[in-house]
Write a protein that binds this ligand. Structure first.
Ligand code: NAD
Ligand code: UFG
Length: 330
């Protein structure tokens, strides 16, 4: 199939392009490079030993998007393009609502206009809010604590209503848990600008001595050791989840958790990092981070039963591959 991958130069998108190419699909990337680099497109082609088409466009620009649909017979869209920094979304809510909502509207409209019925959307476990773990797809969504999270709930709603009105539209909403790690080649991975907000890139930068020590945000949560518990998932597994979702699209909207189903605390993660890479991460305990919840992990059984997909890689693989990328990355 010819798949339009918006945000395909980004962290999860680039790994998914590699997985799509390996599965025999053709890939057209649309990315404005706001949070990524053009070199990543070359690296995708280097890993896959295949060509991809690249359009440096903003997917909120409906004319530019329509042009791609006119140039190619698009069979399906995977929509990754979006802004994703929780803190920044509180400071710049209008940018977040505009970018993340308008991009979804423009792409869904283009699908209708050009009769494209396959759509896969990047959502987030954040839409569950502070529900009881494990999070199951049937749970009522709770308000998130930030505009970023709200853009995901709203986009889910927009796609659900669109599919209701258009019975041949097939949408897979994928709720990611905590993607970490990198491709085993060490060529592509997560390279955040500035000081990382997320745990794994922070840990790898401490390991590289770019940062002095990790601050653990709270050790008084009701968890195994008091530190926050998350469902870390290797980005290569996550990428393969998209190929499975695309291959199993059925009419209507279907929502899947993409996680491992296993929670890991912050202290457990830095222990696993040491075991995988033989590097001790210095840390100090600091206050809780506002908006954080104690535990977040998936019930991952629906994706296994309906998509035939489950995560294969474990926390040591994630720590090893994240570190390999950080070491190679200048
Ligand atoms: P990323 O920032 O690495 O990739 C997003 C890409 O989209 C970037 O290359 C950016 O340049 C591009 N982009 C943003 N707005 C655009 C626009 N208007 N037009 C064209 N390109 C645009 O982020 P990621 O981690 O790869 O995340 C991909 C998607 O998955 C996002 O929608 C994100 O919200 C979602 N998600 C990510 C996580 C995570 O922890 N990484 C968790 C849950 C959901
Ligand atoms: N943490 C620290 N120190 C740090 C960074 C994080 O102790 O420097 C802790 C957090 O308190 C949390 C855990 O590590 O307990 C994971 O934090 P991340 O920031 O890596 O991830 P979050 O679960 O907070 O959020 C991520 C994405 C969101 C997404 C959510 C659910 O950033 O966009 O996963 O998918 F919505």
């Amino acid at each position: 199939m010819n798949i339009l991958v918006t945000g395909g130069a980004g962290y999860i998108g680039s790994h998914t392009c590699v997985a799509l190419l390996a599965a025999g699909h053709s890939v057209i990337i649309a990315d404005n490079l706001r949070n990524s680099k053009r070199e990543t497109v070359a690296k995708i082609m280097q890993i896959a030993v295949k060509e991809v088409a690249f359009y440096e466009i903003d997917v909120t620009d409906s004319r530019a998007v329509d042009e791609i649909f006119m140039n190619y017979k698009i069979d399906g869209v995977i929509h990754f393009a979006g802004l994703k920094a929780v803190g920044e979304s509180i400071e710049m809510p209008l940018d977040y609502y505009y970018n993340n909502i308008v991009s979804t509207l423009v792409l869904a409209k283009a699908c209708q206009k050009f009769n494209v019925n396959k759509f896969v959307f990047s959502s987030s476990a954040t839409v569950y809010g502070d529900n009881t773990v494990p999070f199951v797809e049937t749970m009522d969504l709770l308000p998130t604590t930030n505009p970023y999270g709200e853009t995901k709930s709203m986009s889910e709603r927009i796609l659900t209503d669109t599919a209701k009105a258009n019975p041949s539209f097939s949408v897979s909403i994928l709720r990611y848990f905590n993607p970490v790690g990198a491709h085993e080649s060490g060529l592509i991975g997560e390279a955040p600008n500035g000081v990382p907000n997320n745990l794994m890139p922070y840990v790898t930068q401490v390991a590289k001595r770019k940062l002095e020590k990790l601050r653990i945000f709270g050790n008084d949560y009701p968890t195994v050791d008091g530190t926050g518990v998350r469902d870390y998932i290797h980005v290569v597994d996550l990428a393969e989840g998209h190929v499975a979702a695309l291959g199993n699209l059925i009419n209507g909207v279907h929502t899947y958790n993409l996680g491992t189903g296993k929670g890991t605390s912050v202290l457990e993660l830095i222990k696993a990092f040491d075991q995988a890479n033989n590097i001790k991460i210095p840390y100090e305990i600091s206050d809780r981070r506002p908006g954080d919840i104690a535990s977040c992990y998936a019930d991952a059984s629906k994706a296994k039963n309906e998509l035939g997909w489950e995560a294969r890689l474990n926390i040591y693989d994630m720590c090893r591959d994240a570190w390999r990328f950080e070491k190679n990355h200048k």
